[in-house]
Design a protein around this ligand. Structure first.
Ligand code: UTP
Length: 475
């Protein structure tokens, strides 16, 4: 009966789409069987065409050059770059107290489609471990278990999926028994999708009965945290501070008391971590004062006059590349979610979007065919009344897995992991390892050189499965 009722709404929905110049999405209607007609109609009924038009018009404005004036922002530098070691030590004590008091939760955004990597499953399931092949999710779970042990309390983990990743992600956690975490401390929530358009603003059919949609960007996490009940769950646990990171950075330091302390000591509403950009063209957003307010400009939207600006000493003026590791005050999340339409605009980027040819066959294009819309989480930053920007050591904290080969690939990430673990071994006074091998440390076993020292390990062999060594090369 429901199917009939749905089909009965065809005329009305078709009229609405025709009024917006979008009736082409029904061009295969007569060839679809009733079940597929219902599917298309149900999807069409959900789409807010006024919002779509507004979004399409607004993205042109966002991309207009000369729109914004940028100045360098105030950044807490690492001691190696002139920052004060005492500042970091003091902050680390404060951050440890927050963790021990159970006021901190951790969240990861894992709803992206990982198109550049070209891996068939959700990125979090990608086998990144240089020796064990452990997945990105497993390595993150190991880090959270290390924190649970150190601070003597569970650290809740909120995982954002999207319709593109949700089912497989949950199955992966199930089949791996939640990586020895307690199920009640792992909370999945889903972000919504938004339709893409071609360069004229028309919806794109990816199948005769399906309009192409994609996850609405990492910025979709802020409203989704509230809508899903994740924020309410945090409140019930006594959490007021949320540590945010992306699923595809295997070096992410999830336990970072100094960063937490730097955020908390100024009662910041949002904080950001940055590393010096390698070169002007590195694909990272930069933190800057944007028209006088702290903000982040995505690399796709950074004008050349700022991208290449240099100091008199020849350094990049806008050097502070955003590594997408944030801390949020929970009340700030709630405030931004309430004003999401205003504070989290959609940004458009040209992508290769599959479409159907006149016969209804799917075409995978080699060139961009349209615009995907995404919200950026860092667009919340200017709304923060207090914010902190903290420099991180790239070697220790940032090695994203974006591309299948070359820069920012699994190979470069594994090399970075190997270098990190070798440094830990060295700092803990453990034997040096020959160059032809890869080493991997289970974070739940030791999450830094101090843990290795505390365990009293003098050789790799003594660590058992905690430290693994294997042949170096491509996995
Ligand atoms: P990217 O913007 O690098 O996208 O996401 P991606 O999906 O990983 O890869 P490409 O661009 O398709 O190749 C950065 C982080 O934000 C998450 C991703 O899962 C990743 O952790 N993300 C991105 C979401 O959770 N939802 C989105 O809609 C987009």
């Amino acid at each position: 009966m429901e199917a009939v009722a749905d089909l009965a709404s065809f005329d009305e929905i078709h009229r609405r789409f025709a009024e917006h110049g979008q009736e082409h999405v029904f061009r295969f209607w007569d060839r679809l069987d009733p079940a597929r007609q219902v599917r298309l109609l149900a999807q069409a009924a959900r789409i807010d065409l006024d919002a779509l038009e507004r979004r399409f018009a607004a993205t042109r404005e966002l991309a207009r050059p000369g729109r914004r004036h940028l100045e360098p922002a105030d950044i807490v530098r690492l001691p190696a770059h002139g920052g004060s070691p005492e500042t970091f030590e003091r902050a680390a004590r404060l951050g440890s107290d927050l963790l021990a008091a159970g006021r901190v939760a951790v969240m990861v955004v894992a709803g992206g489609q990982g198109t550049r990597l070209g891996f068939s499953g959700p990125k979090g399931t990608f086998p990144i471990g240089p020796v064990s092949g452990r997945s990105l999710f497993q390595a993150q779970a190991q880090k959270i278990r290390a924190m649970t042990r150190r601070y003597g309390r569970s650290i809740p983990w909120y995982i954002m999926t999207s319709p593109a990743t949700d089912r497989e992600t949950k199955q992966f956690f199930e089949s791996n028994e939640y990586f020895e975490l307690s199920r009640k401390d792992v909370f999945f929530f889903e972000q919504p999708t938004v339709p893409a358009v071609d360069f004229e603003g028309r919806l794109i059919l990816e199948a005769p009965d399906r309009i192409f949609e994609s996850p609405n960007g990492h910025g979709g996490s802020i409203p989704a945290l509230v809508d899903s009940g994740a924020v309410a769950d945090m409140r019930a646990r006594g959490v007021d501070t949320l540590f945010y990171y992306q699923v595809d950075n295997p070096l992410v330091r999830i336990e970072d008391p100094a960063y937490l302390g730097l955020h908390a000591e100024v009662a910041a509403e949002m904080s950001c971590k940055v590393v010096p950009k390698r070169d002007p063209d590195e694909k990272m957003g930069v933190v800057a004062l944007v028209d006088g307010r702290l903000g982040i400009v995505e690399y796709t939207e950074l004008e050349d006059r700022y991208r290449h600006a240099r100091t008199p000493a020849g350094d990049l003026l806008f050097w502070a590349g955003n590594i997408a590791v944030h801390i949020f005050d929970l009340a700030f999340i709630e405030r931004v979610a309430e004003r999401a339409d205003e504070l989290l605009p959609y940004h458009a980027s040209a992508k290769k979007i599959p479409y159907v040819d006149p016969e209804g066959r799917r075409v995978e294009p080699d060139e961009p065919t349209g615009l995907k819309f995404e919200r950026f989480v860092f667009d919340a930053l200017p709304a923060a009344s207090r914010a902190r920007v903290v420099e991180a050591n790239r070697e220790e904290e940032y090695a994203p897995v974006k591309n299948a080969t070359g820069a920012d690939s699994p190979q470069t990430a594994r090399e970075a992991l190997d270098r990190l673990y070798r440094r830990w071994l060295r700092e803990a006074g453990i034997e040096e390892l020959e160059a032809g091998l890869w080493v991997e440390i289970d974070h739940a076993f030791a999450n830094g050189p101090e843990d290795l020292r505390a365990r009293g390990i003098r050789s790799i062999a003594e660590a058992g499965a905690g430290i693994r060594v294997g042949p170096r090369g491509r996995r």
